[in-house]
Design a protein around this ligand. Structure first.
Ligand SMILES: Nc1ncnc2c1ncn2[C@@H]1O[C@H](COP(=O)(O)OP(=O)(O)OP(=O)(O)O)[C@@H](O)[C@H]1O
Length: 277
């Protein structure tokens, strides 16, 4: 059982080009606990390199929990432990010698609520680079990240203004710029549009489709239309309420087209056709 990592030795880093195949992340969760509570069981997903993989399913089925395993964000929760395996290009990210900070350098995250730091637009983007002791030309890096996040033209004349002065949609793109500034290889997005209006949502979705040229993306979404619009692959989770508690598990995953139009499992059929209660 993997613990929350606090007592582990750190040091080794990761390489984003470890494996020969197209799988960026192999995520196999046999059992995942918060304390005594079995939150997720029997879920295995291979996340394809430079593809968008959507996680869908009813509330509480463990979508965010599984997503947070992928960059060891759950390590920050004391009661978290899991049995399984998480490989990043073939490398075990929970191996004792792996530094969780190095994991997050390669596997970045964007959250549900835009959460710029209370600092300037420029410093928000530079933050991760400074943390990683970047020695190159910072201005270039900041401009590049803001450009890739589709925000440069809107902010280039006010880089010293506070990140919190931007609109919600702009703040979320700033968070994406912050996440990609350190040039991760994977971007995890946990309901990145749920706090945004339809226009800002569409901008982020278009951005995701551009970003997948360079990044592997996994996105949790409650919005099935969004999954259909952006995801190449979709993983459907459900909740087992037959036993004590509510344990999430993967029902099936595959090409998005198949999950929505020709699902193999009855539970998936019910969910995607709106019969789920
Ligand atoms: N830090 C935590 N401590 C204890 N239990 C937790 C913690 N985080 C999540 N859980 C529990 O784990 C289960 C899965 O939660 P999770 O947030 O991953 O589900 P989800 O599918 O993302 O839900 P939603 O769609 O509502 O955001 C839930 O029963 C939740 O209450």
């Amino acid at each position: 059982m993997k613990a929350n990592g606090k007592s582990q030795q750190h040091g080794a880093t990761l390489s984003p080009i470890g494996g020969q195949n197209e799988v960026a992340i192999k995520c196999k969760i046999d059992e995942l606990y918060y304390g005594d509570f079995l939150a997720v069981r029997d879920s295995e997903i291979n996340i394809g390199s430079r593809k968008i993989t959507g996680f869908i399913g009813p509330s509480g089925c463990g979508k965010s929990t599984v997503l947070r395993c992928i960059n060891r964000m759950n390590d920050l929760i004391r009661s978290f432990r899991f049995k399984g395996e998480l490989l990043f290009h073939g490398q075990d990210i929970y191996a004792p010698q792996i530094d969780p900070v190095a994991v997050r350098r390669y596997i970045g995250m964007v959250f549900q609520q835009p959460n710029p730091f209370a600092m300037s637009i420029y410093e928000n983007v530079a933050f991760g680079l400074r943390l990683n002791r970047f020695k190159g030309v910072m201005d270039e890096k900041v401009e590049n990240a803001l450009t890739r996040a589709g925000l440069w033209n809107e902010v280039k004349d006010k880089l010293r203004n506070g990140g919190l002065s931007l609109s919600g949609g702009q703040q979320q793109r700033l968070c994406i710029a912050r996440a990609i500034a350190t040039e991760p290889s994977v971007l995890l997005m946990d309901e990145p549009c749920s706090a945004l209006d339809p226009i800002a949502t569409r901008v982020i979705e278009e951005l995701m489709l551009e970003l997948k040229e360079k990044y592997t993306i996994a996105i949790v979404t409650h919005n099935m239309q969004q999954a259909m619009r952006v995801a190449d692959e979709t993983a459907f989770f459900s909740v087992d309420i037959s036993k004590a508690g509510r344990t999430g598990f993967l029902v099936e995953n595959g090409p998005t087209e198949q999950i929505f139009n020709d699902p193999q499992e009855e539970l998936t059929k019910e969910y995607v056709s709106g019969q789920f209660s």
